[in-house]
Every structure is written in structure tokens, then in C-alpha cells.
Ligand binder design. Structure first.
Ligand code: AMP
Length: 211
């Protein structure tokens, strides 16, 4: 079963491709951003604490993320044995703790997908999404800040996972079907999904952009 980490700057399509990959594989989709937004929507004290970070485009403290995420990962382990982690880990301390947690539960990640696109394309996609979804953190100044946070806090994870030999770097600055076909080919070649071949029909379109 796939146990995938989706690593990407905002706007590169990790939400879209994560949801699509879970449909293809039956693994659980765990989106840290969705879990945080649900907490904010509940209007709890924790949600208010979370919103103070997410509205500015800052990362939520590691402790808080673990408190919210750990139950979802444990449930994924119980229900499917696999996961697509969308938006986590995002800092080196999170990555190291996730590795320990994965080892304890016999659920160590076996693939990291690093999605890329030129910065002007990322900004333009997020501003388009703002028009559709009205996310509080999709304004131009917050988007710029989120990209800077990615470069500082999250980009170092790319070399960490490349060094572990489990990283696939994929440009999403091209048709979605091509990205999906390359992704399935790679997972198949590594024996992470059954070798049934990739066809354009199998690589179907995913619902609207969410990064
Ligand atoms: P996303 O939906 O993945 O773009 O995440 C939206 C926001 O949630 C981010 O800008 C952060 O403020 C927060 N967030 C999501 N995942 C994490 C994480 N792993 N660590 C810290 N903050 C996070």
C-alpha cells in the first residue's frame, strides 16, 4: 500500500493530486490544511488559535499540528494501511517526528512526491482559486508570505527525502494527465501499486485545483 508524502509549495497542486491518488489507490487522504480549516470552522478555542497562524500564512506550531494530525494517521493505519499525507510534514522537526511515529506504527512513508511549478504560475493559480473559494490565505500578500515560508521551512525537506532515495520530483507546469501518468509509472516501477499499466483513461482529470 502507498504511504505517500506530498511535498509542494502552495499552488503546485498537492491537494488536487493527493485526492486523485487516494482515489487510484484506496489509501486514506490526510490533509493537514483541511483538518486545520475544519477546526477553525468549528469555532473552538483551538480553532481560534489555529486561525491566528493560518490567516497570516504562518505555519501552525509543530505541537499543535501533531495533536490534530496524529488521530487521523492512526485511523488511516487501522482502516487502509496506507495514506497520502497532503501538507505534512512541513518542517524538519515535523519530518523527524513523523519518521519516528511511522516507525513506531510500522507505517513509514515509502514515497515523497515533490510537485513544482514556476513561482508566477503558483501565484496566478492561487489568486484564481481565491476568486472561486475565497480562502482567507489566498490574498497576494499572504500568498507571497506562504511561498517565503515554504522556501525557508519546507524546501530543506526535499534534500532530506532525496537522500533517503524515496523522492520523485514532478513539474505540474503541464497537463494534469501527463503528471498523473508519470506519477503512476513511478509508483508502479517501485512496486508500490500493482503493475497494470498506465493509460490515458486511467489518468483521469481531478476535480478543481486545491493546493
Ligand atoms: P494548506 O491547505 O496545505 O495550504 O495549508 C494551509 C495552512 O495551514 C498553511 O499555510 C499553514 O498555516 C497551515 N498548515 C498546514 N499544514 C501545516 C503543517 N504541516 N505545519 C504547520 N502549519 C500547517
Amino acid at each position: 500500500m502507498v504511504r505517500v508524502i506530498m511535498l509542494s509549495p502552495p499552488g503546485a497542486g498537492k491537494g488536487t493530486h493527493s485526492r486523485w491518488l487516494t482515489l487510484q489507490t484506496g489509501a486514506a487522504h490526510i490533509s493537514s490544511g483541511d483538518l486545520l480549516r475544519a477546526e477553525v470552522a468549528r469555532g473552538s478555542d483551538l480553532g481560534r488559535e489555529v486561525a491566528a497562524y493560518t490567516d497570516r500564512g504562518d505555519l501552525v506550531p509543530d505541537e499543535l499540528i501533531f495533536r490534530i494530525l496524529a488521530p487521523a494517521v492512526v485511523a488511516a493505519a487501522r482502516d487502509t494501511g496506507g495514506y497520502v499525507l497532503d501538507g505534512f510534514p512541513r518542517t524538519m522537526p515535523q519530518a523527524l517526528r513523523a519518521a519516528q511515529f511511522g516507525a513506531d506504527l510500522a507505517l513509514t512513508s515509502n514515497a515523497v512526491i515533490y510537485l513544482t511549478a514556476p513561482e508566477e504560475e503558483l501565484v496566478s493559480r492561487l489568486l484564481d482559486r481565491a476568486g472561486r473559494d475565497g480562502r482567507a490565505d489566498d490574498t497576494l500578500s499572504v500568498v507571497k508570505h506562504r511561498l517565503a515560508v515554504f522556501a525557508k521551512e519546507t524546501a530543506p525537506l526535499v534534500e532530506y527525502y532525496r537522500g533517503r532515495g524515496i523522492l520523485l520530483e514532478l513539474s505540474t507546469d503541464r497537463p494534469e494527465l501527463e503528471v498523473q501518468a508519470d506519477l503512476l509509472d513511478w509508483l508502479e516501477a517501485r512496486g508500490l501499486i500493482p503493475a497494470v499499466g498506465v493509460s490515458p483513461e486511467r489518468a483521469g482529470p481531478a476535480p478543481g485545483l486545491s493546493c
